[in-house]
Write a protein that binds this ligand. Structure first.
Ligand code: ADP
Ligand code: MG
Length: 341
């Protein structure tokens, strides 16, 4: 980009807020990253026997976050949601690029954004290797690169009849925090404190993705709501499934809400960034071991029932194993859609 009259020029800005942070990072990926920021392209050296996983996620002000959102948390989230996609395939992070449009050069904002961004980059050993900087409505687009032993990526298309369906952590908390911040529901301050970080600073389940890739048959990360996202696995695997609604893992905070809110938020609340995966029943012990090793709850919420060639079906069951009413099921299966009217 060619900058006009900003107080800090484009190149100084990149140097000060992005290249400096990238240079300061010690990463384990030096063998792979032959060249980082500074030239026309970054260079990655492919490792024999590994595939490179690539994912992009864009955050747009006013759509994915409030315009006045805390920039440090935004920096964390922008990278975390990309790492969550790497986690869902079982990839080890290698590095990322950042394309950013800024309405003005606000040094305080940039400093805080970079702090959050590099906190996550350092935590997951995923250095910034390039990007683009331009003036425009605040938009943050990250592309992350990861590595996976050839053939080991956990795809959405691998679920088999009889597989268990699992989900990590708890679901519905990010939606609960959003509801409280939008005043859709009243949540005591102490409760909001418990769950707010789930919305502002999701945890990419990188360790889980890597450990579970020998057990899982299919996986995805939950960004638009558990049951809506699960349907992507069903569609691509051409299978149907049943889910026990009361077994969806919920935080103590969500448990304090009405049963209807609990079900709605756990089943279709977005932004959880937990991993939903399927695995054959003989992997239950290994999966419980992974859960212990990571100190991360992994909960079996249902199973894959039939192979279908036409329309996959997701059935919801109550505590007694009875099918829920079609209308209730339909309402809980709808996930968030940016273009829905
Ligand atoms: P070009 O004009 O060739 O696209 P730029 O002038 O946009 O290059 O960028 C110069 C260098 O700075 C490149 O290596 C690019 O990858 C890097 N860069 C630009 N913006 C960012 C950013 N936001 N974060 C990290 N690196 C960046
Ligand atoms: Mg450029």
């Amino acid at each position: 980009m060619h900058s006009e009259s900003s107080p800090l020029g484009e190149f100084d800005l990149i140097q000060r807020f992005f290249k400096a942070g990238a240079d300061a990072m010690r990463s384990n990926n030096e063998k792979v990253i032959a060249l980082g920021i500074g030239d026309d392209c970054a260079l990655l050296t492919p490792v024999a026997g590994e595939e490179i996983a690539i994912t992009s996620d864009m955050l747009v002000a006013g759509r994915h976050f409030f315009v006045d959102a805390n920039p440090e948390l935004l920096g964390r989230k922008a990278l975390a949601v990309n790492l969550s996609d790497l986690a869902a395939m079982g990839a080890q992070p290698l590095g990322f690029t950042l394309a950013i449009a800024l309405p003005t050069v606000d040094e305080l904002w940039l400093g805080a954004f970079a702090k959050g961004l590099f906190a996550i980059a350092n935590q997951y050993s995923c250095p910034l290797i390039g990007g683009d900087t331009t003036a425009g409505p605040l938009t943050i687009s990250i592309t992350a690169f990861g590595s996976i032993p050839t053939g080991k990526a956990i795809r959405r298309s691998g679920a088999k009849v009889g597989d268990d369906i699992w989900v990590s952590g708890t679901v519905g908390d990010a939606r609960l925090a959003l509801a409280a911040l939008r005043h859709e529901i009243h949540l005591p301050e102490s409760d909001l404190k418990q769950i707010e970080h789930r919305m502002h600073s999701p945890t990419p389940r990188i360790g889980l993705g890597i450990r579970v890739r020998d057990s899982a048959s299919a996986a995805l990360d939950i960004s638009d709501g558990l049951l809506g996202d699960l349907q992507h696995i069903l569609k691509q695997s051409q299978v149907s499934a049943e889910i026990f609604l009361d077994q969806l893992p919920k935080s103590a905070t969500l448990h304090k809400q009405s049963e209807d809110i609990q079900n709605q938020f756990a089943a279709r609340g977005g932004d959880d960034y937990e991993i939903c995966f399927t695995a054959p029943a003989e992997k239950r012990n290994s999966i419980n071991e992974i859960s212990k090793a990571l100190n991360l709850p992994l909960t079996k919420i249902g199973r894959i029932t039939d192979k279908v060639s036409a329309i996959e079906k997701l059935s919801l069951l109550n505590k007694n194993g009875d099918l829920l009413d079609d209308a209730i099921t339909a309402a809980l299966l709808k996930s968030f859609d940016h273009f829905a009217k």
